[in-house]
Design a protein around this ligand. Structure first.
Ligand SMILES: Cc1ncc(COP(=O)(O)O)c(C=O)c1O
Length: 305
């Protein structure tokens, strides 16, 4: 389903129910909280999603960012559909989590799945045929990290630290003139709309390239287009004027990146005000058919992403 900024990227359960019924959908796969918009389904709506599962649709939820919550009501808490599941062996719900985000241990490659026993058995069997599963030493080392008291302490510390970085990044972006209309309620990402910037900096790809020159990395929005190959022209992607920023790094690193963005935006605005266009950028990615070598570069990159 496509979610819109005007609607604050809200997933309406009624609409989802309608789509599931009208299209005969048997499995829903989603991340909750969501990368890249940082929005989350919680409370009554999450309960309704679990109900939808009971009506015959399997729901697979990736809960990797479940600890990163910024709603003051969720202080010290995480969001998980597990709260609403009555019988793990009967409710058709599959929950996925791991050490990469909540525990901030990406190199450990340990993740887990909660779901009906038979499904877990099948997953375990296919996992062992495919790659043998997570390494035994890392699984053993992960056990103390899951001890409830430690989990609670880690969660609280993480929320304190990331709330500060989130607010700091949002404030600085606003000062730069890039206010975020739909701030993240969860995750450590900001889905940044560039459409107010002068061309060609309002394109996520150009912005990304110009940021690299400032030793700052962002992710072009079109990399999050779930169906890029179905578009006649990638420039029509609803994600084209966006980039995703991460406030995962330390405050110092975050400021270095934001300083880079500030320099870039100030330079572009000054150039636009003086000459009516932005000088010195990569030239802008053109739509296919137009004469610009960079269009070929876009095609190559998009197909490789
Ligand atoms: C929704 C979601 N789930 C899981 C992951 C973790 O992936 P990995 O452990 O491969 O880094 C990510 C990473 O970006 C993610 O965005």
């Amino acid at each position: 389903m496509s979610l819109s900024k005007g609607d604050r990227y809200k997933l309406h359960i009624d609409e989802l129910k309608h789509t599931v019924k009208s299209m005969g959908i048997s499995v829903i796969v989603a991340s909750n909280p969501r990368n890249p918009t940082g929005q989350v389904i919680k409370g009554k709506e999450l309960e309704e999603l679990v109900e939808l599962g009971r009506e015959g649709t399997t729901v697979v939820l990736d809960e990797f960012y479940s600890w990163y919550q910024y709603d003051p009501e969720l202080k010290g808490k995480s969001v998980s559909a597990a709260e609403y599941i009555d019988d793990v062996n009967k409710d058709p719900f599959i929950l996925i989590d791991g050490l990469t985000k909540n525990h901030r241990l990406p190199g450990w490659r340990v993740c887990w799945v909660v779901g009906p026993k038979q499904l877990i058995k099948a997953l375990g069997q296919s996992g062992s045929y495919l790659d043998g599963g997570a390494s035994h030493p890392t699984q053993i080392a992960a056990i103390p990290l899951l001890e409830p008291k430690r989990v609670q302490q880690d969660k609280e510390a993480l929320q304190r630290c990331f709330l500060e970085k989130r607010n700091h990044a949002l404030k600085r972006l606003e000062e730069i003139g890039l206010s975020v209309d739909v701030p993240p309620q969860a995750t450590f990402y900001i889905w940044l709309d560039l459409s107010g910037l002068p061309e060609p900096l309002n394109s996520g790809l150009t912005f990304f390239e110009e940021c690299l020159k400032e030793k700052t990395i962002v992710v072009p929005g079109i990399f999050f287009d779930v169906n890029p190959s179905h578009r006649r022209n990638l420039f029509h992607s609803p994600c084209g004027h966006y980039v995703r920023l991460s406030f995962g790094p330390t405050m110092q690193e975050l400021d270095r990146g934001l300083d880079g963005i500030q320099r870039l935006v100030e330079r572009a605005r000054a150039s636009y005000a003086k000459d009516g266009h932005v000088k010195g950028t990569v030239g802008g990615y053109k739509q296919s058919g137009e004469e610009d070598k960079s269009a070929g570069r876009l095609d190559a990159r998009a197909s490789g992403s």
